[in-house]
Ligand binder design. Structure first.
Ligand code: GLU
Length: 421
């Protein structure tokens, strides 16, 4: 089958559905179907061997209706403009669901960050920062980590921007190391938020989170941290996958998650070199279709599709990745009676704590990890209840409920601001 999946089309279909259910007039949301700004840059860099290589980068700003644009920087060899556009729009929707005063954006560099030296990666990141500098800033557009980028790279972005301003500007980027104005709790925030979303879902279903059997796809920051926190909360992690394949177990206690977290996330090694007694190697798809209570897809878009949705056994899915489920797969899940906590709610803990980080940067006053985690829990719980109630009111999926809330907030902001000129 030819791969015709286009994440931007996927986003638009859900948006139209939400607008239809809300009974919005076409004019109310027409502007939201287009990103406000798309910037494509070339990034010429001197490599360690003395040669010059030119990389491709993007920054897409979807909406600034509710505040400065906000969203991560993805470093991945397969990114393209439609993916970045979709990811930017999902950020607008996510910030609206979380009800934080931001619009949405996303950036990307087309590169496998593992294929270059650290010095090369730093030069690429810094040159990319300069190329997008005309459109970023602490009140304009605030990048953060995403797939393939991390806190250290955010420090390079912050330093580069600050060099041009002539003073430290910590608020230009979030997800920074603590030493340069990062927030306590930001590194684990997305995973913690996913755990909180899963716990809320279980409560609604009259179940405890502890004891649930879980499969997680993706062992980057989001997947590894989510699995570790879920294990700490008493879940049994029965199967995990990364790009090298999957690993599963029948052991009642599940996989040794602290060991896997260290191997994959801290030591940056792949799962295929991890050894644990009582485990079996399997494919990534076997992990998505594992016989568990809860599935957390925490890798990339387009993982749960018409091709494998009917085989998914988990009755509950909490989306760690952005856009892991296609519209077709969603319809299949709805027919099967599954609960899907959508990306724009489930993984919003990252950007919520990014917002906390930016507030702390602006105030110059820093919070403890307990304060950050308590505020995150409060925010996730409010957003979850709002989405649940909206879905109940319209007898819809949670995804449609979340998109309705986001869309109505975006449309309200645009209406009240009016159209310029
Ligand atoms: N990249 C993360 C996301 O997709 C975090 C974005 C941010 O903190 O700005 O939500």
């Amino acid at each position: 089958m030819a791969n015709t999946y286009n994440p931007y089309e996927n986003m638009l279909q859900v948006l139209e559905q939400a607008a239809g259910t809300l009974g919005l007039a076409k004019d109310d949301y027409e502007a939201l179907k287009y990103p406000e700004r798309e910037l494509k840059v070339s990034i010429p860099v001197r490599m360690d061997d003395g040669s010059i290589k030119v990389f491709e980068g993007y920054r897409v700003q979807h909406s600034s209706a509710r505040g400065p644009c906000k969203g991560g920087l993805r470093f991945h060899p397969k990114v393209d403009i439609d993916e970045v556009k979709a990811l930017a729009a999902w950020m607008s929707l996510k910030c609206a669901v979380a009800n934080i005063p931001y619009g949405g954006a996303k950036g990307a560099v087309k590169i496998d960050p593992r294929s270059v030296s650290k010095g090369e990666l730093e030069r690429i990141t810094r040159r990319f920062t300069v190329q997008i500098m005309p459109i970023i800033g602490p009140q304009v557009d605030i990048p953060a980590p995403d797939v393939g980028s991390n806190a250290e790279m955010m420090a390079w972005v912050m330093d580069t921007y600050s060099m041009f301003e002539g003073h430290a500007v910590p608020g230009v980027v979030t997800g920074k190391p603590l030493e340069v104005g990062g927030s306590e709790g930001r590194g684990a925030a997305t995973g913690r938020g996913i755990m909180l979303a899963a716990r809320q879902l279980m409560r609604r279903l009259g179940k405890e989170l502890a004891g649930q059997r879980v499969a997680v796809q993706g062992m980057g920051n989001v997947g590894a941290t989510t699995a570790l926190i879920l294990a700490e909360e008493g879940c049994k992690i029965m199967a995990v996958a990364d790009v090298s394949g999957g690993l599963k177990t029948d052991k009642p206690e599940g996989l040794n998650m602290p060991a896997i977290y260290k191997h994959c996330y801290e030591d940056r090694k792949f799962l295929d070199t991890y050894e644990e007694e009582g485990t079996v190697r399997c494919s990534g798809n076997d992990v998505l279709t594992a016989d568990v209570d809860l599935l957390v897809p925490a890798a990339l878009e387009n993982q749960l599709t018409a091709a494998n949705a009917a085989d998914v056994k988990a009755p509950c899915i909490v989306e760690g990745a952005n856009g892991p489920t296609t519209v077709e797969a969603d319809e299949i899940f709805a027919k099967m009676g599954k609960y899907v906590v959508p990306d724009i709610l489930a993984n919003s803990g990252g950007v919520v704590v990014s917002y906390f980080e930016w507030v702390q940067n602006n105030e110059g006053l820093y919070w403890t990890e307990e304060e950050v985690n308590a505020k995150l829990a409060e925010s996730m719980s409010r957003a979850f209840d709002e989405v649940w109630n909206m879905a109940e009111k319209h007898n819809s999926t949670l995804r449609l409920g979340a998109n309705m809330i986001a869309l109505s907030r975006l449309v309200a902001a645009r209406k009240i601001r009016g159209f310029f000129p």
